[in-house]
Write a protein that binds this ligand. Structure first.
Ligand code: FAD
Length: 375
């Protein structure tokens, strides 16, 4: 298993628990150093396309102990009202508790919304995720099932001979019949090392700032605010969001700046844009930013993750493209990986939801090509 983010540890745990002998190698000295440690930690059943939403629903059972209340509002001004209503109707097909709220109803929930806010999608069952504990739980399960983890072990070469991979990772040389590529933004780089055609992954930078909340606000009230996404007037998707965090308000401009795989850093103008868009949708006056960070959300062209064997390279498995929903889709993708590689059955919940291996295969139609719109 290459990569110690949520994708790697969840799939490693699921595989080891069904009896596979698994070694996980991570380039960094600590696990979850890259995207997994930089998320907004939100569970959203209406986020992403229908395949993603099914992966989210199928992951819920394992997430339950790590979830806390944090409903979602997606708000818009007058030009978005009809589109938001339509979005709610579509959302209800998988998540029946989703509701449309008018501007006044939305302001009752979040009093700082500006008077121009005219409608909202309300997802009451959205949740905060304790990502560190969820990730750690998979690490513990993996170790309990005799899994081995090597950190500071960047994979530098992959060679296939006589049905086995020879993997050089840091100071370790390993042999394995199957290599799982869960390297996040570096997924295509690992693919190239294995001699596979790149999938055309798109690492996109996203920025977060923790803004100080003015002292006159009641801290208990602020703690109960929903995560709130701002929809622009001319399209679906969002141009920013905010949610309470210990120490302030998490604010993002929902940026998607193409990037090379790297240790992403926040740019000042993205932080400023986040605060600008917050001011356009709310009356909150932010005077001070406590901290900032950025991470890479890595998408396939159709914005659906991949969990499947490479069609041309024997024993090479892709577990990539988790985009902006890799925490809340991780367990379903891990179960899919365990089913495809080991003897486990395709997850029952995915069967119920109508999601088959072909929906997340590495050679599905629509995988190559330009990035689709989304958020
Ligand atoms: C700002 C932001 C907000 C987000 N909000 C949410 C959210 O609210 N909810 C949600 O579900 N998701 C969210 N996400 C997305 C989520 O964080 C990602 O989808 C998920 O963390 C991806 O996990 P991963 O394991 O694929 O990648 P990573 O965590 O990046 O792990 C990949 C690992 O592979 C390692 N690696 C790379 N190359 C090598 C090599 N050669 N050898 C060995 N190891 C290697 C890397 O060091 C890294 O540790 C957010 C992301 C960002 C950036």
């Amino acid at each position: 298993m290459i990569g110690g983010g949520i994708a790697g540890v969840s799939a490693a745990a699921r595989l080891a628990e069904q009896g596979a002998s698994v070694v996980l190698v991570e380039a960094e000295a600590t696990l979850a150093f890259h995207t997994t440690g930089r998320s907004a930690a939100q569970y959203l059943e209406n986020y992403g396309n229908d395949e993603v939403r099914k992966l989210t629903l199928a992951s819920k059972a394992s997430l339950l102990p790590f979830l806390g209340p944090r409903p979602e509002l997606m708000v818009g001004r007058e030009p978005r009202v009809e589109a938001l209503k339509a979005q709610v109707e579509h959302a209800k097909t998988l998540v029946p508790t989703t509701e449309f709220l008018d501007g006044d109803q939305a302001r009752e929930i979040l009093p700082i919304l500006r008077p121009e806010i005219a409608g909202a999608l309300w997802e009451p069952d959205s949740k905060d995720i304790d990502v560190a504990s969820y990730h750690q739980n998979f690490v513990q399960r993996f170790r309990a099932a005799d899994g081995t983890i090597h950190t500071s072990a960047p994979v530098r070469s992959l060679e296939r001979t006589e049905g086995s991979w020879r993997v050089v990772a840091g100071e370790h040389t390993l042999a394995a019949p199957v290599v799982v590529n869960a390297a996040g933004a570096w997924g295509d780089r690992i693919g190239e090392l294995a001699g596979a055609q790149p999938l055309g992954l798109h690492p996109l930078r996203r920025t977060i700032a923790i803004a100080a909340i003015p002292e006159h606000f009641d801290a208990d009230e602020v703690r109960r605010w929903p995560i709130t996404a701002f929809q622009p007037d001319d399209r679906s998707g969002m141009i920013g969001y905010c949610k309470p965090e210990p120490g302030g308000l998490l604010v993002s401009p929902a940026d998607e700046t193409p990037s090379e795989p790297c240790d992403a850093k926040p740019e000042e103008h993205d932080v400023a844009l986040g605060l600008h868009n917050l001011a356009a949708f709310t009356t909150l006056e932010v005077r001070h930013v406590r901290s900032t960070w950025a991470g890479l959300r890595t998408f396939t062209s159709d914005r659906t993750p991949v969990s499947g064997y490479d069609p041309a390279v024997d024993g090479f498995y892709w577990l990539v493209g988790q985009g902006g929903y890799g925490i809340h889709t991780a367990d379903a993708l891990a179960q899919a990986t365990a089913a495809n590689i080991g003897d486990a059955a395709w997850p029952d919940r995915l069967i119920e939801l109508g999601l088959t291996p072909s929906h997340v295969a590495a050679d599905r139609p629509g995988l190559a090509g330009p990035l689709t719109d989304g958020y």
